[in-house]
Design a protein around this ligand. Structure first.
Ligand code: NAP
Ligand code: F7E
Length: 337
């Protein structure tokens, strides 16, 4: 019998790649989907099978991290061997507009799920999607020993969730781990995160559909990796002999300006002719510089990143160019792996 996993946030960037990885490894995957007035399963539609198919490996359930009792009922029904908590209000800029909601879902939501696992009396392993945003203004390089100094309601909520997972591990012996992941991107990245906003705009500008691209702070520096590789790190953390917390990063940093230059250059365009400043996209407090030190996961779990910055930019621009060509020609839009 293959293992059973529950993936919250299954409709997001990471949830879709993680589900693919787990299904390839023979898992049965149960995904938590929140109710939406429009379709929100685009990223996993290619994985979903006919509900009448008896051998299917992906099951979707309506639930929400706001609804603790629903989580207990779901866990009792599924009895997962592994739980990956990827659900969050994950947009840092938006967290300044919705700080209490972000605290409730991104912070307290993680504890609801941990407590639900305890209430359901499961023998399970728990992965918490922690974030480099917890380091905030603490200077780089950042590793597992670096103190947290979050700079947004999102970062504060992730710190709460981080310590909730550590506390449940220490207090009750639950196998709970934090993956402290630095920014990771892909063609499935949400369209309002800066990398995807840029790659999508490059495709549209190249096709003559858009002239300018409005951005905020170009000086912010991020350690950007490739999302499909980062979900492998999540899985490895839950296969280890003992639970522990790990930084996942490339160890390289680039500014938003560097990303613009590289993305426009990839399409033979000059970014200076198209990128303009709009203060609406700046943040009340910013995280200036992130560089992850992933020595621990490399040493203990043997994980290391392969896709570098220029390759990542190329993957994202090429995917958006193809996607736009599909849209314009009326073909079905492919989900790019
Ligand atoms: P994402 O694309 O924004 O996906 C977030 C997921 O959470 C979506 O499936 C979303 O559902 C779901 N969700 C939101 N509110 C919910 C609620 N109230 N109840 C249940 N589900 C809810 O994020 P991602 O990039 O895949 O990141 C996955 C996780 O890793 C998140 O927790 C994020 O904060 C964290 N993280 C991300 C990065 C990164 O660079 N990507 C780095 C570090 C940590 P809808 O599809 O319906 O919106
Ligand atoms: O911003 C700057 C912005 O929104 C990156 C989430 O996945 O990674 C992500 O958070 C930088 C910031 O990602 C625009 O000010 C400039 O300095 O793509 P982002 P993020 O805030 O780093 C972490 C690790 C997570 O955990 C989060 O869930 O780019 N920037 N101009 C802009 N950012 C956006 N979104 N839009 C702009 O126009």
């Amino acid at each position: 019998m293959g293992k059973i996993a529950l993936v919250t946030g299954v409709t997001g960037q990471d949830g879709s790649y993680l589900s693919e990885l787990l299904m390839d490894k023979g898992y049965t995957v149960h995904g938590l989907v929140r109710r939406s007035s429009s379709f929100n399963t685009d990223r996993i539609d290619h994985l979903y099978e006919d509900p009448q198919e008896p051998e299917r490996k992906l099951f979707l359930h309506h639930a929400d991290l706001a609804d603790g009792v629903g989580l207990v009922k779901l866990l009792r029904a599924i009895q997962p061997d592994e739980i990956y908590n990827l659900s969050a209000q994950s947009h840092v800029r938006v967290s300044f507009d919705t700080p209490l909601y972000t605290g409730d879902i991104t912070g307290l939501g993680a504890l609801r799920l941990l407590e639900a696992a305890r209430a359901a009396e499961l023998d399970t392993r728990f992965y918490q999607a922690s974030s480099s945003e917890m380091f905030g203004s603490t200077p780089p390089p950042q590793n597992e020993e670096t103190p947290f100094h979050p700079r947004s309601p999102y970062g504060c909520a992730k710190v709460y969730a981080y310590w909730s997972a550590v506390n449940v591990r220490e207090a009750y012996g639950l196998y709970a781990v934090n993956g402290i992941l630095f920014n990771h991107e892909s063609p499935r990245r949400g369209e309002t995160f800066v990398t995807r906003k840029i790659s999508r705009a490059v495709a549209r500008i190249q096709a003559g559909l858009q002239e300018g691209l409005y951005l905020g702070n170009l000086d912010a520096a991020r350690d950007w990796g490739y999302a499909p590789e980062y979900v492998e790190a999540m899985w490895r953390m839950l296969q280890a002999d003992a639970p522990d917390d790990y930084v996942v990063a490339t160890g390289e940093t680039h500014t938003v300006r560097d990303f613009c230059e590289a993305a426009f250059r990839h399409a033979d365009l000059d970014w200076m002719e198209h990128v303009r400043f709009d203060p609406r996209y700046t943040r009340p407090s910013e995280v200036d510089d992130l560089i992850g030190d992933a020595t621990k996961i490399r040493r203990i779990l043997g994980w290391k990143p392969e896709v570098g910055f220029t390759e990542l930019v190329g993957i994202m621009v090429d995917a958006d160019v193809r996607r736009l060509e599909d849209e314009l020609s009326g073909r079905l839009v492919r989900i790019d792996r």
